[in-house]
Ligand binder design. Structure first.
Ligand SMILES: Nc1ncnc2c1ncn2[C@@H]1O[C@H](COP(=O)(O)OP(=O)(O)OP(=O)(O)O)[C@@H](O)[C@H]1O
Ligand SMILES: [Mg+2]
Length: 215
């Protein structure tokens, strides 16, 4: 089984949004047997995939669809015996990444306006994790291209770290989708938005960086 964790030691940067989209894309488009593991206390991934209907207890399991199972496991990586192709983990800002989470890939969403600052704060933790690292600028404004160039320069000497090729825009469609617990490509008008196109491309790249997919 391959694994990806969405991590930043800062809150509200898009960890849950990316994790949910990645899990849905992997399960429904790439047809991978996928576990979506919510390690944040709020159980946001779990709530999203059960469309807000479940009250969560530690260890709760929810069968979202034949290829996608959500697990609520606050503050720790569960010891998985379930058979799956991919584990997608939504971590909590309070979780010390190194040592407590093992993953093949760490995806780090950084705030569009504070990208460099975010990365500097997260780097000590990331460097210890030994996984491949992918930094993604989220909620970028019109200055997104400049931020991307600055971030790429700052990251060029960090081993194993790649900055994703495009900033994800601050998108009304992504925001609306979250309110309905739907992926952005399913909400009315969302499917044609830049947010939707880039979110799909990001999820596909993550699946491919893990050596999975190929659909
Ligand atoms: N690209 C985007 N465009 C618009 N809204 C976004 C985007 N990405 C995330 N959001 C919104 O920003 C808020 C925070 O996102 P999210 O919950 O994914 O962050 P998080 O890192 O998981 O936060 P926490 O640390 O609280 O778990 C949510 O309301 C989400 O819908
Ligand atoms: Mg979250």
């Amino acid at each position: 089984m391959r694994s990806v964790v969405f991590y930043n030691n800062k809150g509200g940067v898009g960890k849950t949004t990316f994790a949910v989209h990645c899990a849905l894309r992997a399960a429904e488009y790439h047809r991978l047997r996928t576990l979506a593991i919510g390690m944040d206390r709020q159980g946001d991934v779990f709530r999203w995939l059960s469309e807000g209907e479940m009250s969560v207890q530690d260890g709760s399991v929810y069968e979202h669809s034949p290829n996608l199972t959500a697990i609520y496991s606050p503050n720790r990586q569960p010891n998985l015996r379930l058979h799956a192709d991919l584990a997608v983990m939504d971590s909590s800002p309070s979780l010390a990444l190194a040592g407590s989470v093992r993953a093949d890939l760490v995806v780090v969403p950084v705030d569009g306006r504070l990208a460099l600052e975010d990365l500097q704060n997260a780097l000590p933790d990331l460097e210890e994790s030994r996984a491949k690292l992918l930094v993604v600028i989220n909620r970028a404004d019109a200055g997104g291209a400049r931020t991307l160039a600055a971030l790429k320069k700052a990251c060029s000497r960090v081993p194993r770290l790649t900055v994703w090729s495009s900033p994800i825009p601050d998108s009304a469609a992504i925001k609306r989708a979250a309110e309905y617990y739907r992926p952005v490509w399913e909400v009315p008008y969302g499917e044609t938005s830049a947010g939707s196109r880039l979110m799909k491309a990001l999820c596909d790249d993550i699946v491919s960086m893990l050596g999975l997919g190929g659909r």
